[in-house]
Design a protein around this ligand. Structure first.
Ligand SMILES: [Zn+2]
Length: 252
């Protein structure tokens, strides 16, 4: 054993000792330092130590001397509570003098609660970060339901359509029938649609509420000559960008 008896005792103390809190009181309420052989009045940076099962109140100088440095025992165990060096309230000061264990129990409760709250904040922050991660898909925005396909009789593969408009703004949609022929659908449907276009455009097909067009090229040319617009080609449901979707209701 090469170490001096003094440092051996300091090492033994280090193994058993815990710095629980650092507190302060006003100078007129100074308390006696309990470091062996001291007894001086101390008021700032009062160290409360648990040493070999005993609670000791010490001045910072005696603490450093006894344990081998101001930071020898690390941070106070209740540093997140009342043991963080702050000035004690009058009630706390009385507890320090008369019931140090009760004061420390209160500090421990404060500390534990502060730590739990800090942990909860950290967890919330990390959850918020996780929610912002690009790999987590955001909830899809609410979408208006796509209107039902209005032409159950439409050709399954030749499904392009074309919109033309009369000079008055009435739209007609060219739709290919599953039997290969073309139809001109009034959009929206209106009373008298059967006779609204020149007879060369076709005859009414009441089953599908559209004109059955014998020759679509001739019909389109004829419509152009009486002021109809150029056909705009589209398909369902994109065509709803050219004509109002509400029209599906009118057809239903
Ligand atoms: Zn002392």
């Amino acid at each position: 054993m090469t170490s001096t008896p003094q440092s051996a005792s300091a090492l033994a103390s280090l193994r058993k000792a815990r710095l629980l809190a650092i507190v302060a009181v006003s100078p007129e309420h100074r308390v006696a330092c309990q470091s062996p052989g001291c007894g001086h009045g101390v008021y700032a940076a009062i160290h409360i130590v648990e040493d070999a099962g005993q609670l000791l109140v010490m001045g910072s100088t005696c603490f450093a001397k006894h344990y081998g440095g101001a930071l020898a025992l690390g941070m106070p165990a209740y540093s997140a509570g009342g043991g963080n060096g702050r000035m004690l309230t009058e009630a706390e000061r009385l507890a320090l003098v008369h019931n140090t264990a009760a004061l420390l129990a209160a500090f421990k409760a404060e500390h534990d609660q502060a730590m739990a709250e800090a942990n909860a904040r950290l967890k919330q922050a990390s959850e918020r970060r996780a929610q912002r991660m690009p790999f987590r898909l955001p909830a899809p925005p609410p979408r208006a339901p796509t209107p039902t396909h209005p032409w159950p009789w439409q050709h399954s593969t030749n499904n392009s359509v074309a919109v033309v408009r009369s000079p008055e703004g009435q739209a007609w949609i060219r739709v290919q029938h599953s039997n290969g022929s073309q139809r001109l659908v009034p959009w929206p449907a209106f009373e008298g649609w059967e006779y609204a276009l020149p007879p060369s455009c076709g005859a009414p097909d009441h089953e599908v509420k559209a004109l059955a067009v014998p020759n679509i090229v001739t019909a389109m040319l004829g419509l152009r000559m009486i002021g109809f617009t150029q056909p705009e080609v589209s398909r369902w449901p994109d065509v709803l960008r050219l004509v109002p979707p509400a029209a599906t209701k009118a057809l239903a």
